[in-house]
Design a protein around this ligand. Structure first.
Ligand code: EPZ
Length: 421
């Protein structure tokens, strides 16, 4: 297992390019199961999770040809097995996204039930309840979801999601594209990645409206056809680098991104004292060398402040001027990074689903351990604002969601290197 070693105290400066969004690429790759035509997906990020999804499709017999610049052609007409095995699902919960499309197009699916993970129990009960309402026969046996339409088509239904669920909305939306009749999803997730998936499905011939709002309407069609679709930029990668630049009092420009999809993060960064300028596809953040001001925040589904940026902003607040609170309302256990940052001299106190923080001038480097994808990124930010050296272990988490993170940070002037643990 590799680790990243960081020498802190450098102000980030320079320009980097943002990759395609992991959380848009994964559902779009699963959506290729809805047609027997070839679907070409472009702007894929170089991430373990993308490779895992290709491996998962491959083990079901779905062929994919990876072109240059990680464009991939996926052809699901060669599918021969409808089973998503536990050994792959346990490494990537997003594997659950093959359930809806496989069931709707092929009438059957067997997907290992994703277990919990570091940030919470993360059940998929809402996915299953919705598909059952659409007529699927679903049982859970020996840790596997066994689903069948009994030779019939799924039927459109009126689905009310008790909780806003991103992949739950995506699974139901994909299944509904080939269902018989109309499906309405109420309390749907509004995340940009859900919208990106909807636009890809529409390019495949689906009849969808309301994407990006809390009510999505899908009129089932007989079949979907192939298309070429380029995945949107990654807003979480974008925000992570902007927060790192703000924490280190630097000045950076992130290119090939989309400013309009992380407004909650940008306004919190301005509250922290950042000067932010935008154009169509890039964001420039300048701290003018100033220490960030403390900013309180509460996470919630889009368009509110994203839970996937909470750990990173906690690292910024740990060295900010002032005190405040950070409340996590989406996942029940997303504060593991807090204990690691306190070992680096931060003053963070967990009270239920809230962290009370008092900013300190800087942290002290230490050996720390990553527990989940975004916590790893927050510990790297903590290392960047520490005196002396920090080593972040178990960084396989980071490689799942951040493309070439040390190269991009080196481009921004950081002293960071990857070593075998
Ligand atoms: C997606 O996960 C993202 N993953 C997560 O990003 C992100 O943190 C999360 O949405 C919230 O924005 C992908 O898109 C691949 P949810 P997802 O279903 O869909 C509860 C990252 O860092 N819930 O929106 O699994 C659940 O427990 C990852 O890239 C149920 O109770 O999240 C949670 O408390 C981490 N029953 C809340 O809803 C269900 O059936 C939101 O979860 C489904 C969800």
């Amino acid at each position: 297992m590799d680790k990243l070693v960081i020498q802190g105290g450098i102000r980030l400066s320079g320009e980097i390019r943002i990759a395609g969004a992991k959380n848009s690429a994964l559902p779009i790759m699963a959506a290729t199961l809805l047609t027997s035509d070839v679907v070409t997906v472009g702007n894929l990020p170089h991430l373990y999770d993308i490779t895992t999804m290709l491996e998962l499709l491959g083990c079901m017999g779905v062929e994919s040809v990876v072109g240059e610049k990680m464009n991939v052609e996926i052809n699901s007409s060669t599918i021969r097995d409808f089973n998503a095995p536990y050994e792959l699902v346990k490494t990537m919960r997003a594997s659950i996204l093959v359930l809806g499309p496989m069931l709707s197009h092929y009438g059957q699916a067997e997907v290992a039930l994703p277990g919990g993970c570091a940030i919470g129990s993360r059940p998929v009960n809402l996915h299953l309840a919705a598909l059952k309402k659409m007529g699927a026969d679903i049982t859970v046996e020996n840790g596997y979801i066994k689903a069948s339409t009994k030779g019939k088509r799924l039927k459109g239904a009126h689905i009310l999601m008790d909780i806003v669920t991103v992949t739950g909305t995506e699974n139901v939306m994909m299944a509904a594209t080939l269902a018989d009749g109309q499906t309405i999803i109420e309390n749907a997730a509004r995340e940009p990645e859900v919208v990106d998936l909807a636009h890809c499905l529409i390019a495949m011939g689906a009849d969808i409206s309301g994407e990006g709002t809390a009510t999505i309407t899908i009129n089932g069609v007989k079949r979907l056809h192939g298309c070429t679709y380029f995945v949107m930029p990654d807003r979480i990668e974008t925000g992570t680098y902007l927060i790192a630049a703000a924490a280190t009092r630097g000045r950076i420009k992130v290119k090939d991104t989309r400013p309009g999809i992380l407004e909650a993060v940008l306004s919190k960064l301005e509250e922290a004292g950042a000067e932010i300028s935008l154009d169509e596809t890039s964001i420039t953040l300048d701290m003018h060398g100033q220490r960030p001001k403390a900013v309180s925040l509460t996470t919630a589904p889009y368009p509110a402040f994203p839970t996937d940026m909470q750990a990173q902003f906690t690292a910024l607040n740990a060295v900010a001027d002032g005190s405040g609170s950070i409340t996590e309302t989406v996942f029940e256990n997303r504060f593991m990074h807090v204990h690691e940052m306190n070992r680096m001299g931060a003053d963070l106190r967990v009270e239920g689903n809230t962290v009370i923080f008092r900013g300190v001038n800087n942290l002290k480097g230490a050996p720390v351990m990553a527990t989940d994808l975004r916590a790893s990124a927050s510990l790297i930010i903590a290392g960047l604002v520490s005196q002396n050296e920090t080593s972040v272990d178990r960084i396989y988490h980071i490689d799942r969601g951040y493309e070439c993170i040390e190269e991009k940070l080196q481009l921004l002037g950081a002293k960071i290197r990857r070593l075998p643990s």
